[in-house]
Design a protein around this ligand. Structure first.
Ligand SMILES: NC(=O)c1ccc[n+]([C@@H]2O[C@H](COP(=O)([O-])OP(=O)(O)OC[C@H]3O[C@@H](n4cnc5c(N)ncnc54)[C@H](OP(=O)(O)O)[C@@H]3O)[C@@H](O)[C@H]2O)c1
Length: 445
């Protein structure tokens, strides 16, 4: 079926400005050029670039931007008379990206951004500003790149009460963990390869410490649960402590290890966490490899939904940015409105307190690095018994390494999280342990 284009030609073009001509900005120009006619048909009018800005005008970006006006100071884009919508594709939670975004909304322009850090930190105040000005604010590309999960939760599941939202939201970590799985190599070696291949930044902190996934989770949780964005209360653990030996043990037990971002609401409290988890090999998330992202949303009427695709890259991210523009082109300045950025007006979003997971029940994988000497195993199992942790299986690696260390891995039966925390407290300071123990929860089926 061909697309209806009832208003094609009738409406003036939607005029945009692009701040940032890096991976995403250049991708947007390429996409607008390549799919020009299809986009105009779907948007009901043409989308035209009026002006652009980046730091270095002379840089070769693989796209011709000389045909557009150039602004050295990107905030000048916000007040140009020939601009309806500003694209913020610069990055950074504060600084120039935030100044531009505030200026654009203040001038009554629409704002489209791919900036998860800014939306996680300032999304609510930007949404308030957008509401006050009647201007659209959209950020599909900020979460899971090309996957239309913001739209999916804002619109597709809007009739549901969601029970939980979780998934794999950081492609760099997923690439590293799946490479460790495929090659048996340790974290540091795979990270160095990922940096060489461009899958990890020179400074990978935001990715490997789980902060990037936490930004995205805070945005998804706000939309999914109709809650105020609360990035500060996301409990975040990265993947740095995961060793090749953990991946091998998990494999032997029927699991893979993935960095899982998860949020749910119980008794009016919001639990948001990012942590490496064991994922059973028959769970849909276990097959999500490499830089791919995936989000699972569970609705009380929709059941389980799985969104999966490329979480980054110029094409997928540009696809999400331009989809937001098409939404705006259809309704903005055309008598309609694009809807609240977080699914409902900011004043209606619930201020949910952060949940304390201590009494939540879960199974966990525990790994201890211990001195290879008699009595160590008894000491660990005694701590488990005293803390009321029930052990489902226990594996002790056959031989010690050159330092006389062995790994002891175990899987617990389901029990309250506080019990495992208590067992670790009991073992604190033990001379038998040569490194901090690792606890990886097991993702429920
Ligand atoms: N890359 C992805 O796959 C991806 C996916 C999802 C979301 N995002 C988000 O999209 C945004 C952009 O990411 P990116 O990967 O495209 O970044 P990038 O390749 O580093 O590009 C950033 C652009 O911003 C420009 N810029 C930086 N500081 C500036 C300033 N003070 N004034 C004017 N321009 C400035 C840079 O100019 P120069 O080129 O002249 O240096 C560059 O063109 C970020 O928020 C990122 O988190 C990216």
């Amino acid at each position: 079926m061909s697309d209806p284009s009832p208003a094609s030609g009738a409406l003036p073009p939607l005029r945009i400005a692009i701040a940032g001509l890096g991976t995403v900005g250049a991708g947007v120009i390429r996409l607008l050029d390549t799919n020009r006619e299809l986009i105009a048909a779907r948007a009901g009018r043409a989308i035209e670039v009026s002006a652009v800005s980046a730091r270095d005008r002379a840089k070769d970006r693989g796209v011709n931007h000389e045909r557009f006006s150039w602004e050295d100071d990107m905030t000048a884009l916000a007040t140009r008379a020939d601009v309806d919508v500003v694209l913020e594709l610069v990055g950074g939670s504060d600084g120039p990206a935030l100044a531009l975004s505030r200026a654009a909304l203040d001038a009554g322009k629409g704002l489209v951004t791919a900036n998860k850090a800014m939306i996680a930190h300032h999304g609510l105040s930007l949404a308030e500003q957008a509401e006050a000005k009647g201007a659209p604010l959209k950020f599909e590309a900020a979460v899971a790149g090309g996957i239309p999960v913001v739209k999916g939760l804002r619109e597709g599941t809007s009739a549901n009460a969601l029970t939980k939202v979780y998934g794999i939201l950081n492609g760099t970590c997923n690439y590293i963990l799946s490479e460790m799985e495929a090659t048996g190599a340790d974290f540091a070696e795979v990270l160095a390869d990922a940096q060489r291949l461009g899958y990890a930044e020179a400074d990978p902190t935001f990715d490997i410490e789980g902060i990037d996934a936490a930004h995205k989770l805070a945005i998804l949780a706000a939309i999914g649960f109709g809650a105020r964005v609360d990035f500060a209360s996301v409990r975040t653990t990265g993947i740095v402590a995961v060793r090749a030996a953990d991946i091998a043990q998990a494999d032997a037990l029927g699991f893979v290890i993935r960095l899982i971002a998860e949020a749910d609401v119980q008794e009016g409290s919001l639990l948001q966490r990012v942590r490496p988890c064991l994922v059973a090999k028959d769970h849909p998330l276990s097959g999500v490899d490499g830089p791919t992202n995936a989000v699972v949303a569970e609705g009380n009427f929709s059941g389980r939904l799985l969104f999966q695709g490329a979480g980054a890259g110029d094409g997928p991210t540009a696809s999400a940015v331009v989809a937001d523009l098409i939404d705006i082109a259809r309704v903005f300045e055309n008598g309609g409105e694009v809807g609240a950025p977080f699914s409902m007006p900011v004043a209606q979003l619930a201020a949910l307190g952060p949940a304390d997971p201590a009494n939540r029940l879960e199974r966990a994988y525990l790994r201890f690095t211990v001195n290879d000497r008699p009595g160590v195993l008894a000491e660990i199992t005694a701590a488990m018994r005293d803390a009321d942790v029930s052990i489902e299986s226990l594996i002790q690696q056959g031989r010690g390494n050159a330092d006389g260390e062995v790994l002891v891995a175990m899987v617990t039966h389901e029990g309250p999280e506080r019990s495992v925390a208590r067992a670790l407290e009991l073992l604190e300071g033990s001379e038998s342990l040569t490194a901090a123990p690792l606890v990886l929860p097991i993702l429920p089926a």
